[in-house]
Design a protein around this ligand. Structure first.
Ligand code: SF4
Length: 303
């Protein structure tokens, strides 16, 4: 394996508890423009989303050599469904190749465009992890200005789930005083949208993402900066104080338990009690499993 499928690299983070997996990024860079994005400090020109050259040819060569059962994750450092995927069908092309070789795939996205490929996903060993950080369209338009609004993501999760594609959600990052106060409400909506598992993570500050957050949310930014002063700093990343992270994640865990969801925390150094931290165990649920018992009817979450 060389060009397209690469061993997942958590950027040397020793708190990563992900199972072994291969990364597939059909695009370099991402146009969702999330203020808290970590990838911008590692990848040059990150906001310019561009398709990978020679992607499908390389994937056809590499997919056949993947060990049966090995997990492939699309994507870890960009979104496989940026707006240009509507015209380019690159990620869809990748799914076709991976389906042909019966590869196990987890799609991680913020885009409802993934529902377009339900015909493929429901007939392969797949699961989708949808990132939902808030229910508020207003807040999302500031935090994730280029990404589809939360309502669309929740409806997409419901559609996927009803069509037999196992769904989890990433509640990541939880940012104190910005989206953290509403985490219980967000988890309830995620559960009602058919998800089975939530992966949560507290905000980890890098100099560039912190300055974007402070510019957009001056008051909350000052509060977060004060909190970070008491937290751990390592390798250019600042974490919230341990007691703050524990308290936030305990609330998230209790809320998941109430809603019947499994829960894990990402890169926090705390004990896990889910089968996988990233929700990738759902890819083992089989093709076309039934998620229809979850319904979101009678639930309104617009703000
Ligand atoms: S979707 Fe992910 S990769 Fe893209 S800008 Fe947002 S955080 Fe960064």
């Amino acid at each position: 394996l060389a060009l397209i499928l690469k061993p997942f690299d958590p950027w040397k983070n020793d708190l990563c508890t992900c199972p072994p997996k291969l990364s597939l990024n059909p695009y370099t860079g991402c146009s969702h423009g999330c203020l808290y994005c970590y990838a911008t400090s590692y990848i040059p020109r990150f906001w310019e989303c561009r398709p990978k050259a020679g992607l499908l040819e390389a994937l056809r060569r590499e997919a056949r050599r993947v060990e049966h059962g090995c997990l492939i994750c699309a994507s870890n450092s960009s979104d496989p469904y940026p707006p240009m995927e509507k015209e380019l069908y690159l990620t869809r092309g990748c799914l076709k190749v991976l389906k042909e070789w019966d590869n196990r795939v987890q799609v991680i996205t913020k885009s409802d465009l993934v529902a377009r490929d339900i015909d493929l996903l429901s007939r392969m060993r797949s699961a989708v992890s949808m990132t939902v950080t808030t229910l508020s369209s207003k807040l999302a338009s500031k935090l994730e200005p280029g990404a589809p609004e939360p309502e669309k993501r929740l409806l997409c999760m419901e559609t996927l789930s009803e069509n037999g594609v196992p769904v989890s959600a990433r509640l990541d990052p939880l940012i104190p005083s910005i989206n953290e106060p509403d985490l219980e409400e967000t988890i309830r909506a995620i559960a009602l949208s058919g998800a089975r598992h939530i992966t949560a993570s507290t905000y980890k500050a890098r100099p560039d993402n912190l300055s974007r957050i402070c510019n957009a949310f001056p008051e909350e930014g000052a509060f977060i900066k004060d909190l970070l002063k008491k937290g751990e700093h390592k390798g250019g990343t600042a974490r919230l104080p341990e007691e703050v992270r524990r308290e936030i994640l305990q609330r998230a865990k209790r809320s998941c338990q109430r809603e019947g969801l499994t829960f894990s925390a990402c890169r926090e150094g705390f004990d896990q009690d889910a089968t996988s931290c990233d929700g990738s165990h759902l890819t083992l649920a089989g093709k076309g499993c039934d998620g229809s018992k979850w319904r979101r009817k009678d639930f309104s979450h617009s703000k």
